[in-house]
Write a protein that binds this ligand. Structure first.
Ligand code: NAD
Ligand code: UDP
Length: 329
């Protein structure tokens, strides 16, 4: 690989966030190596990048060591939606923990800077609101979400131990709910579920009474935060919250999506999943101060872009009422 930019490894690069990150890093003039085992990622997400000579895709599971030469590593490999990470919980913990050890080992050998995509799930079902980075969380270590939450917490521990013990340059971002084009249509996450249901005219499945809250960040805003954090001075290790601090209830989100689509869908109520956090919203004062970063996309704009993406996808697949499958040449 050669260009005027850096050589950058993105693990989980064929996933939702990873594919947007690869795109952005290429646009900034870097060489990008995407490593993914395609568990939840899709080749379709990166198909448009394959003709770029500065891009390379490698089928690789981060639970195994990787020997490549790069200047920076973004470690995103890990299923992110509850139904995906609970599908094989042992593998989820292995991906977070063994994956982190392998990527940290690679960074140590190369003296490369390494970024970890941590999560607001490290705060569990929070008793402090909004969540600041100092808050240590309220995680059930033996519940169905623990494979993800505790895996990510352990990965943070490893990042900080490599930083203290081996003087590794680390960046740890705690990502809050993010949405946008290329979310997996069947990943069960609330934004993709509601949009797909509304486009198909099917009932919108609100879990619980819909009064639980989340704060939704549009993908372009988040990726800008990633790049700024990686470029920040080395003393800015994080952890740093990245998310949109505008809080909304799940019930309000459902109504908003129905209105934006002009859908005839009704709302149905389903049981709340075990350990589902009651409220979640980031305090992004630290990101504002040290990165000069804050989200710019209002929910409505982000939702319209995401609706347009799913509308195209369902039409191509012939899954929208009134649409016929795309002709295959
Ligand atoms: P995603 O499921 O679309 O992407 C994850 C990618 O990692 C997929 O391409 C998947 O195939 C790959 N992967 C999984 N296990 C792997 C393994 N063992 N080896 C190699 N690749 C593997 O999810 P996403 O939303 O793009 O999330 C990306 C990262 O951001 C994850 O680490 C996730 O925990 C974190 N995150 C995302 C959100 C969000 O709202 N999207 C919130 C918090 C944290
Ligand atoms: N949710 C819902 N209906 C769905 C999918 C999710 O009401 O079809 C709720 C879910 O119970 C949670 C919120 O939406 O309270 C966000 O869920 P998601 O899986 O997107 O993310 P996370 O729980 O990890 O924040």
């Amino acid at each position: 690989m050669s260009s005027s930019g850096k050589r950058i490894l993105v693990t989980g690069g064929a996933g939702f966030l990873g594919s947007h990150l690869c795109e952005r890093l290429l646009a900034d003039g870097n060489d990008v190596l995407c490593a993914d085992n395609y568990f939840t990622g899709r080749k379709d997400n990166i198909a448009h990048l394959l003709t770029n000579t500065h891009f390379e895709a490698l089928r690789h599971d981060v639970c195994f060591p990787l020997y490549v030469e790069v200047d920076e590593i973004y470690n995103l490999a890990c299923p992110a939606s509850p139904i995906h990470y609970q599908h094989d919980p042992v593998q989820t913990t292995k991906t977070s923990v063994t994956g982190a050890i392998n990527m940290l080992g690679l960074a140590k050998r190369l003296r490369a800077k390494i970024f970890q995509s941590s999560t607001s799930e490290v705060y569990g079902d929070p008793s402090v609101h909004p969540q600041r980075e100092e808050y240590r969380g309220n995680v059930n270590p033996i519940g169905p979400r623990a494979c993800y939450d505790e895996g990510k917490r352990c990965a943070e521990t490893l990042f900080f131990d490599y930083h203290r013990q081996h003087k590794l340059r680390i960046r740890v971002a705690r990502i809050f709910n993010t949405y946008g084009p290329r979310m997996h249509p069947n990943d069960g996450r609330v934004v993709s579920n509601f949009i797909v249901q509304a486009l198909k005219g099917e009932p919108i499945t609100v879990y619980g009474d819909g009064r639980q809250t989340r704060a939704f960040c549009y993908v372009d805003d988040l990726i800008e935060g990633f790049v700024r954090l990686m470029a920040a001075p080395d003393e800015i290790t994080g952890p740093i919250n990245l998310g949109n601090p505008v809080e909304t209830t799940v019930g309000e989100l459902a109504t908003r999506i129905i209105e934006l689509i002009g859908s005839r869908s009704t709302i149905v109520y389903r049981p709340l999943p075990v350990d589902d956090p009651v409220q979640r919203c980031p305090d992004i004062a630290r990101a504002r101060e040290v990165l000069g970063w804050e989200p710019r996309f209002p929910l409505e704009t982000g939702l319209k872009n995401t609706i347009a993406y799913f509308d195209r996808l369902l039409t191509e697949r012939g899954e929208k009422p009134g649409a016929s499958p795309r002709q295959v040449a």
